[in-house]
Design a protein around this ligand. Structure first.
Ligand SMILES: *[C@@H]1O[C@H](CO)[C@@H](O)[C@H](O)[C@H]1NC(C)=O
Ligand SMILES: *[C@@H]1O[C@H](CO)[C@@H](O)[C@H](O)[C@H]1NC(C)=O
Length: 530
């Protein structure tokens, strides 16, 4: 039986009604067009992808958006204005050093990285383009790219508009300005990994890890304060650094509870894990499409060290290990390579400078992703059901890769142990055993199953904050309390002192009563016996 044209028509009619109803439920009383500024001082293109997608959607819904970053859109979009600001970037040198397997340890690298991050934000903030913008225009909301540049919270008071902070990875103390409860006993810190229960030793370890995080954060605060004072002096009417932080309306971060552990979350801590991922891939560039389509028989592999670590700066022996491994495979490979030519490129390898990673991972012939294990990359691989071989190099990459191994959808080869033998073994294991790809597809199903997509959720909350002029009612009272107050140590101390005083008083009173009573009895007895 062929469905009648009428049936199909009424079907599509019902469908459009359903879409309209869904849209009204998701986005009640639409805000009028707002002027929204996003200031994203980051030299990492991958960090900017999520906000870009959010802003495009906001522009599409009629808002007037302005993005200040180093990464303008390649295709202009209506209502979306890019302001290009490139600050001198001290990260490139650090990254190149890391790729050389440099003798600097992570501990000595941390202060350098913090300094580079603060400097980058300071330069973007003081750039003529940004200064002109804030002199000439007013905005209804500002979205700020947040990480290791805490003094950026001064931009809200500068523009006299509500502030949303966006962070491109998971929630931690480093970005927790809204005062989300930490729950050290039950929420494993990222380095502890996901747990099925918190044993005594897990909790002990968690205390140590959280303490280290606090120290790290204290150091960032200390450095950040200097920049805050210079850029937002109180003599010019700016609120204090602490006040500015507490005045942030909302924190949005790129993670989802299926990737970490369930935890208590405030209404203004919004998980938008996978915000950068498009549900439907864009068409691939012709050459890449053909290359992947032609990999029907054995499948294809994608290799990328992300947007910060450049493959061309790899130490020679490590580069040879990777080339040696890939050159012997039957699979076709796409490698994100940052110069025009790769010396010794094997025939089965295609190189490109900036590749549409999300769209490549969505191709059905893609069988494996060899990655540095950045949060964005791991999430995209998971979303598209592609198992990984991680070569973690720095920052949160080893934690992310370790979690993938525990979850059973990938293998890891630590960067300093990278040899052809080890890489080949890991690659072959993942390619030949179906369990990896089966497992990642299960996890992807969990990750995708949500009441609203990350994009709809992010859009909703941006408009919510605009609609309610900063939504002050979301402010969590716990954010204003210090450690002693939040843990009720002051109350416990008060109760202890009160109990002690009551105890002392009653003892004193009882003693007095006893003396009086006993004295009388003794006197009476004396009288009797005399
Ligand atoms: C806090 O933010 C609101 C806008 O959301 C602003 O009106 C207010 O002046 C800010 N307060 C401080 C102390 O910056
Ligand atoms: C930040 O930038 C301003 C303007 O370029 C500069 O005067 C200042 O020294 C920089 N550093 C700090 C810590 O503010």
């Amino acid at each position: 039986m062929v469905p009648s044209v009428d049936r199909m028509k009424s079907c599509s009619f019902l469908l459009s009604i359903a879409v309209i109803v869904a849209a009204t439920v998701l986005f009640p009383d639409e805000v009028e067009s707002a002027k929204i500024l996003c200031f994203f001082p980051s030299p990492s293109k991958s960090h900017v992808l999520g906000p870009q997608r959010l802003l495009k959607n906001l522009a599409n819904r009629g808002h007037e958006v302005t993005m200040v970053s180093e990464f303008p859109l390649t295709k202009p979009v209506k209502n979306y204005r890019d302001i290009y600001v490139q600050a001198e970037n001290e990260f490139a040198a650090i990254m190149a050093e890391v790729m050389q397997g440099g003798n600097q340890s992570m501990i000595t690298m941390i202060p350098t990285a913090i300094k580079a991050s603060l400097e980058y934000t300071n330069k973007s903030l003081n750039s003529p383009q940004f200064q002109q913008l804030i002199r000439e225009e007013r905005f209804d909301l500002v979205i700020l790219g947040f990480f290791m540049n805490d003094f950026i919270v001064g931009v809200g008071p500068l523009l006299k508009c509500p502030t949303i902070l966006y962070y491109s990875a998971g929630l931690s103390e480093l970005v927790n300005v809204v005062g989300n409860p930490r729950e050290i006993a039950s929420v494993p810190q990222a380095h502890l990994g996901r747990k099925s229960s918190m044993t005594f030793f897990d909790r002990l370890m968690n205390v140590v890890l959280n303490l280290m995080e606090t120290l790290f954060h204290t150091y960032i605060q200390y450095q950040s304060r200097i920049y805050y004072r210079n850029n937002f002096p109180s003599e010019k009417g700016f609120p204090s650094y602490e006040e500015a932080k507490l005045n942030v309306s909302l924190l949005m971060y790129n993670s989802h509870f299926t990737q970490t552990s369930p935890r208590p979350l405030l209404p203004n801590a919004i998980e938008v894990g996978g915000l950068q991922i498009k549900p439907e891939p864009d068409p691939l560039p012709e050459e890449i499409q053909a290359w992947l389509d032609g990999a029907e028989e054995h499948g294809a592999i994608f290799l990328s060290f992300g947007s910060n670590l450049k493959s061309s700066t790899l130490q020679q022996e490590k580069l040879e290990a990777i080339i040696g491994t890939l050159g012997k495979l039957k699979q076709r490979v796409i490698w994100k390579w940052d110069t025009d030519r790769m010396p010794g490129k094997p025939a089965n390898v295609l190189v490109g400078k900036w590749l549409p990673q999300d769209d490549i991972l969505a191709h059905t012939n893609l069988k494996l992703f060899i990655t540095h294990g950045g949060q964005g990359s791991v999430t995209e691989a998971m979303y598209h059901g592609v198992p990984i071989v991680g070569i973690p190099i720095m920052a949160d990459q080893d934690t992310n890769a370790a979690q993938v191994v525990r979850d059973g959808w990938g293998e890891v080869v630590p960067f300093d142990e990278l040899t052809e033998a080890k890489l080949t073994a890991a690659v072959q294991r993942v390619l030949s055993d179906g369990k990896y790809s089966e497992r990642v597809k299960q996890i992807a199903t969990l990750f995708r199953d949500r009441p609203h997509s990350a994009l709809d959720l992010a859009t909703y909350w941006v408009e919510y904050v605009v609609r309610h002029k900063g939504a002050k009612h979301l402010h969590y009272l716990g954010a204003d309390l210090n450690f002693m107050q939040r843990s009720l140590i002051d109350v416990a101390a008060f109760v202890a002192v009160a109990l002690y005083v009551i105890y002392k008083l009653s003892r004193f009173t009882l003693g007095k009563i006893k003396k009086v009573v006993c004295g009388r009895i003794r006197r009476e007895n004396k009288l009797k016996f005399n």
